[in-house]
Design a protein. Structure first.
Length: 430
């Protein structure tokens, strides 16, 4: 990894380089995905089947797995894995349960009643990648908040393996998380099927979950037909470290994100130049034993950097500017600085709170805003799966008290029919 000194210019060139990763989707991909979406909208299940044969090599004998059948996968998977996902599910549930909102109303002495009704979406679709990018943890992170929100039905789509069968670990996670039905199909065609509905696959109100560029593009193009969680970019981690941090820990954490994707970014901001050099040596030492070495090397070479800052204030200022998906504060007093962090998807405090802790187990959601969007987006939460309606009740007397002001506002905006809606109620002829 390259080591540079912060000078108010070089570190900001890094931000410009990272922005290039999240450029516009290739026109050819958009064209292909648009064609698939059109095909599924018009052809329904037949089109989904055709695309499945074309892209996955064949249609599985069993295309849907009902909720009752999911439980059998808990007996198939490794015992330790089963215990791990159950513990993770419990932690995720406990954290997100605190986010649940309640409907409310207020009653005034003058008889006016106002309030807000909160309820879960009717049906949500979860996309879960298959193959080498099979992440059971994503099933938990997407389904558990939906259940807490009161979503009535959770539909999951995931591509089958080459043998035509689903990934058993993903199925076990679906059982633990409370998924209602699983359809074995993937790609842009699965997203389109969820958005429009087919004879077999029900139409959903929202689609969440990670996927490749074709899946991400389909979600982006279908936003408006259906709600989506976010358009996610490459994964990223930013670590702020002082001299108290351990180079071995820093190197391991930087590479934990770099292994996701050649376009992932791993950045270290430190006040210690000697720590920076020691971290580079640790990377060279540890990478030899990691399976995704080539991906890690490419990621660190293109989008990784270590920046030596004058002080922690400068480092945190830059962190807020970058607005990373994951931010680790590997400093002596991490809680001292949490109030200074304005822009980050998820913050990890201290040397014993590494990013994978949040990815899998602690409880906070790992579906996070990327590419600087933490400036205005939030992590996936229970709020992502609810809708709100307000309600108003006025008495005749209270509307009479307010009528002149309402009429004035309506007529000022040139909306005379709005004004008339108030006036007609106080016309003696009526």
């Amino acid at each position: 990894m390259k080591i540079t000194k912060a000078n108010g210019k070089s570190e900001y060139l890094l931000i410009e380089n990272l922005k290039k990763r999240s450029g516009e989707t290739d026109e050819k991909i958009t064209e292909i995905v648009s064609s698939i979406i059109k095909g599924v909208k018009e052809g329904g299940d037949d089109a989904v089947r055709e695309y499945t044969v074309r892209f996955d090599g064949g249609v599985p004998k069993k295309t849907v797995i009902e909720k009752e059948e999911l439980a059998q996968y808990l007996d198939i998977v490794d015992d330790e894995f089963r215990e791990a996902i159950i513990s993770a599910r419990d932690n995720i549930y406990a954290f997100h349960q605190k986010q649940a909102q309640q409907s409310w109303l207020t009653t005034e002495e003058n008889g006016v009643i106002m309030g807000q009704r909160v309820r879960g979406l009717h049906r949500v679709g979860i996309y879960v990648p298959g193959g080498t990018a099979a992440y059971p943890s994503s099933v938990l992170m997407n389904a558990v908040p939906a259940k807490i929100a009161g979503v009535k039905e959770i539909i999951m789509v995931t591509p089958p393996g080459k043998d035509g069968n689903p990934n058993p670990n993903i199925m076990a996670a679906a059982a633990v998380a409370g998924v209602d039905r699983v359809f074995l199909c993937g790609g842009a065609q699965a997203v389109a099927a969820l958005a429009y509905g087919t004879e077999k696959i029900p139409k959903v109100d929202k689609i969440v979950g990670p996927g490749n560029i074709f899946v991400a593009t389909a979600k982006k193009l279908l936003y408006g037909v259906v709600d989506i969680d976010m358009v996610a970019g490459p994964s990223e981690i930013l670590i702020v470290a002082d001299k108290s941090a351990k180079p071995a820990f820093l190197a391991a954490d930087l590479m934990s994100q770099a292994e996701h994707d050649k376009m992932a970014s791993s950045i270290l901001l430190t006040t210690s130049e000697s720590l920076a050099r020691a971290t580079v040596k640790e990377i060279e030492k540890q990478i030899k034993f990691l399976e995704r070495q080539e991906i890690i090397e490419q990621s660190l070479d293109d989008y990784g950097e270590i920046i030596v800052c004058e002080n922690l204030s400068q480092a945190i200022e830059f962190a807020n500017e970058l607005a990373p998906e994951h931010l680790e504060l590997c400093v002596e007093e991490p809680l001292k600085y949490i109030g200074m962090i304005d822009n980050a998807g998820s913050v990890f405090l201290g040397n014993w709170s590494p990013e994978p802790l949040g990815d899998y187990y602690a409880g906070p959601n790992h579906v996070l805003p990327t590419s600087g969007t933490a400036r205005f987006f939030s992590p996936l939460s229970v709020d992502s799966f609810i809708k709100k309606s307000s309600f108003i009740y006025y008495t005749q007397q209270e509307l009479s008290n307010a009528k002149d002001k309402i009429i004035n506002l309506a007529e000022t905006e040139g909306l005379t029919a709005h004004a008339n809606s108030i006036k007609v109620r106080f016309n003696e002829k009526n």
